[in-house]
Write a protein that binds this ligand. Structure first.
Ligand code: HEC
Length: 148
C-alpha cells in the first residue's frame, strides 16, 4: 500500500506531462503568443496613456519580444494541433499547407520587432513610431492564419 502510494506520487508528474501531447502542445503554443501579447500590452498601455512612458520598461518589453523571436516554435506546430483537429486551438489548417507564407509573416514580424528593440528606449515618440508597424505584423498573420 505504502509502496503503491510512493509509486503513484513518483509517476504522477511524468504522467501529467505526457498525458495529452496535443493539448500540451496547443497550450504551450498559446502560452508563447500570450507572452508576446503581454509584452505588446506594455507598449499599448503607454500608447493609450494607461501608464506613463518608461524607457526601461519599454526596452525590457522590446527585449523580451526579441528573445521570443529566437524561440524555435516549429515543434509547437505539431501535426494534429490545428483548429480543425483540436477544440480550442485557433491555428488554422492552412498554416500546414502554406509554411512559406507563414514564415514570410514571421520574418516581417522579426523585422518589426528588431526596429522596436532599437526604438523602444529612445522616447515615447520613437516607441510609438515602431508600435504601429509591429502591431501590423501581428494582425497580418492573425488575419490569414488564426481562427476568429
Ligand atoms: C506568423 C504568425 C503570427 C504572428 C507573426 C503573430 N501571431 Fe499571434 N497567433 C498566431 C496563431 C496561429 C495563433 C493561434 C494559436 C492557437 O490558438 O493555436 C495566435 C494567437 C495569439 C494570441 C492568443 C493566445 C491565446 O491565449 O490563445 C495572442 C494574444 C497573440 N497571438 C498575440 C500576438 C502578438 C501580440 C503578436 C505580435 C507581436 C503576434 N501574436 C504575432 C500567429 C501569429
Amino acid at each position: 500500500m505504502r509502496l503503491a502510494l510512493i509509486a503513484a506520487l513518483v509517476a504522477a508528474p511524468t504522467l501529467a506531462f505526457a498525458a495529452d501531447p496535443i493539448k500540451d502542445t496547443v497550450e504551450a503554443r498559446q502560452g508563447f503568443y500570450k507572452l508576446l501579447g503581454a509584452n505588446m500590452g506594455v507598449f499599448a498601455g503607454m500608447a493609450k496613456g494607461q501608464m506613463d512612458y518608461d524607457a526601461a520598461k519599454a526596452q525590457s518589453a522590446a527585449d523580451n519580444i526579441m528573445l521570443l523571436t529566437k524561440y524555435d516554435i516549429a515543434p509547437l506546430y505539431m501535426p494534429g494541433t490545428s483548429s480543425a483537429d483540436y477544440d480550442g486551438a485557433r491555428a488554422q489548417p492552412n498554416i500546414w499547407e502554406d509554411m512559406a507564407g507563414v514564415q514570410a509573416k514571421g520574418a516581417a514580424f522579426v523585422e518589426a520587432a528588431t526596429a522596436m528593440q532599437a526604438a523602444a528606449g529612445q522616447g515615447k515618440e520613437a516607441m510609438l513610431g515602431a508600435l504601429g508597424p509591429l502591431g501590423g505584423t501581428c494582425k497580418a498573420c492573425h488575419k490569414e492564419y488564426r481562427a476568429k
